[in-house]
Write a protein that binds this ligand. Structure first.
Ligand code: PEP
Length: 250
């Protein structure tokens, strides 16, 4: 049975005290949940505090990025080992903002994926087409290409440590959401593509999250689709009440 997951990407928002306040709010509002895994991704400086704060909670903590090498002269970067040393076991890779603003290519992401998996971390792998791709009816090809180049080199056994996040770039932070039907259509395509390469069992077991302007008001109809296993939430995850409402929509 694949897992339902709601993950919050807090991006470069919230300082230490604000992060703590949000975590306390979430702990309060999400004290009991059984059918969904909750993951939050604060910024690097707040990760250690978050892992400490959530020790007695089932809410998990993820990093928003990491470097692909173990250590060395990479000013400003953070390694998998550093994350693991503070109890962070999950990392978001390939977010469209990393791809667009920091030049992260499919090849670089493939190497980051390897490092994360070699360190027994779970990867939330993000991918999705731009508006122009969809206008040109190239969205399936673009998504297939990102998926294959970034992820399809991994061993079958590693799929259990992969969560996919389909995030059409045109829907991220824009208020524009893919319709439930558009999300379902793409998620089914992604699952079929994985089934063709790795078999039906792996494809059935992998959780595919939808990301792009999910809010309390639209979460339920998106999550109701059979191939949508939850969401990666940006803006609406910055408020405990709205994030909890989204988690409860599963
Ligand atoms: C995201 O950044 O992953 C995201 C989905 O953002 P938002 O929910 O704000 O569109």
């Amino acid at each position: 049975m694949r897992k339902n997951i709601v993950a919050g990407n807090w991006k470069m928002n919230k300082d230490l005290l604000e992060t703590k306040e949000l975590l306390l709010g979430l702990k309060d509002k999400l004290s009991s949940f059984s059918n969904v895994e909750i993951i939050v991704a604060p910024t690097f400086t707040n990760l250690y505090m978050a892992t400490e704060e959530l020790k007695q909670s089932e809410i998990q903590v993820a990093a928003q990025n990491m470097h692909q090498t173990k250590s060395g002269a990479y000013t400003g970067e953070i390694s998998a080992g550093m994350l693991k040393s503070i109890g962070v076991e999950t990392v978001i890779l390939g977010h469209s903002e990393r791809r667009a603003h920091f030049g992260e290519t499919d090849e670089l992401l493939a190497s980051k994926v390897n490092t994360a998996l070699q360190n027994d971390m779970t990867v939330i792998f993000c991918f999705g087409e731009e508006l122009q791709d969809r206008k040109e009816n190239a969205h399936f090809a673009v998504v297939e290409n990102q998926l294959k180049k970034g992820l399809f080199h991994i061993d079958e056994v590693n799929w259990k440590n992969v969560i996919l996040a389909y995030e059409p770039v045109w829907a991220i932070g824009t208020g524009e959401t893919a319709s439930p039907e558009q999300a379902q259509e793409m998620h089914a395509f992604i699952r079929k593509t994985i089934a063709q390469a790795f078999g039906g069992t792996i494809a059935d077991e992998v959780s595919i999250l939808y990301g792009g302007s999910v809010k309390p008001g639209n979460a339920q109809e998106i999550f109701a689709k059979s191939d949508v296993d939850g969401g990666l939430i940006g803006g609406a995850s910055l408020d405990a009440e709205s994030f909890a409402a989204i988690a409860n929509a599963i």
